[in-house]
Design a protein around this ligand. Sequence first.
Ligand SMILES: Cc1cc2nc3c(=O)[nH]c(=O)nc-3n(C[C@H](O)[C@H](O)[C@H](O)COP(=O)(O)OP(=O)(O)OC[C@H]3O[C@@H](n4cnc5c(N)ncnc54)[C@H](O)[C@@H]3O)c2cc1C
Length: 422
Amino acid sequence: MSTITTQLAIVGAGPAGLCAAIAAKEQDPDCEVLVLDRMPRAGNKIYATGNGRCNLTNLHQTPDCYHSDSAKDPFSYLGGIGAREVFSFVEGLGVRLYDRDGYVYPKTNQASSVALPLVHRAEDCGAKIQTGVRVTGIRREGRGFCLLAREEKKGGESLEIHALSLLLSCGGMVSRAFGDAGDGAKLAASLGHQIIPLLPALTYLATSAPGMKVLAGVRANGACALYADGKPVGKSEGEIQFTEGALSGIPFFQLSHAAGRALAAGKKLEASVCFLPDEKKTPEELLLERLALVPANRTAADLLLGLVSSKAASFLLRGHGIADEKKLRGLTGKDLLPVFAGLFDCRFPVTGLGPAEHAQVSAGGVDLREVDVKTLASKRVPGLYFAGEILDLDGICGGYNLTFAFSSGLRAGRAAAQFLRK
Ligand SMILES: Cc1cc2nc3c(=O)[nH]c(=O)nc-3n(C[C@H](O)[C@H](O)[C@H](O)COP(=O)(O)OP(=O)(O)OC[C@H]3O[C@@H](n4cnc5c(N)ncnc54)[C@H](O)[C@@H]3O)c2cc1C
């Protein structure tokens, strides 16, 4: 077993841990910083973000872009370091950025253009990064910490790391492929912290609605809403994607946090899709207009032509027992009205969330009530800090989770270095 001694140990070299290492070294160049990560390369998940382009922040920032189950005002945990500061920080690494409708990306459209400069800056500042090392346990040692770790390679060595201060930035529980295995929550819990149960978020919703096979592959610009035990718990708009057993696309990703919590609480969950979000007419008015337009020798599917895709039309008609090819002359307004109501409010029972491997972020984590809002220092254990997804704070889709990883990493790293100086 090898023994290593450092002043600040950072567990997790994701964006939060790397920012923390940079901030700590910039705050105090003499501070010894060791960053450990179980994956073979630092900043591993960043490469997959934004479909390989890295949507690193968003210029549109409002409190409702962030969720937490343990803080009433999760936005305050960004501590005033939001999109502009993240933008300047990443540009300061030499990365040229652009924004489209507020969504910020590197000009190269390559996530490596963000990941590598972060790693290089941390190393150039003097932080040591050790990859391929998994921290398996932590115990208090006097005023400091003793970390137990082992090399991930076959036959790898065990390590004992002694540190005066500890920063946990080891992410959540989604995507084992990126190093997540829920270790962060376990390590924080072993130090006495309360954990809000982890659930996948920014993922699809599974549905048991009959007839989904016909909708599979449909993409529709629509509005969606979520009802838990009949009460509205969220709404969103954008391109909805249907698969055989799921409701997907960004609007449903945005609702997945609320969906996860409602399902975990045992509530009956329903999603509503409006296929015509800009339509001013009521279902009755629209039906009358279409019946006046489409002759009675045409089919039921013809009545919906040009309103929704043919597959969505089939789904709605079949859902009300009407065959696509049924002639209109054989149908009454009473038969057709539920189909037109479904254009505006089509209900899908929601039975679950997409699996963690398909999620982009974890909801839940270290209870924010036990973490200082400015420095992200533990209120329970002196010298312990947190940053990034390990905390019970997740953002909506669009650059918000990386914003929080950068913002929290910079503040926690700076605060840890200040703590060590004292
Ligand atoms: C496919 C995908 C696309 C995404 N796209 C975007 C996007 O475009 N914009 C956006 O804002 N967000 C996006 N996200 C979310 C974003 O990537 C994360 O929220 C962010 O990376 C969290 O940063 P972090 O540093 O807290 O954790 P992570 O990036 O998860 O880093 C944690 C690190 O800790 C290491 N670790 C874990 N346990 C241990 C242990 N026991 N010992 C040692 N090391 C350990 C892991 O290997 C990992 O490298 C995406 C996520 C995914 C999965």
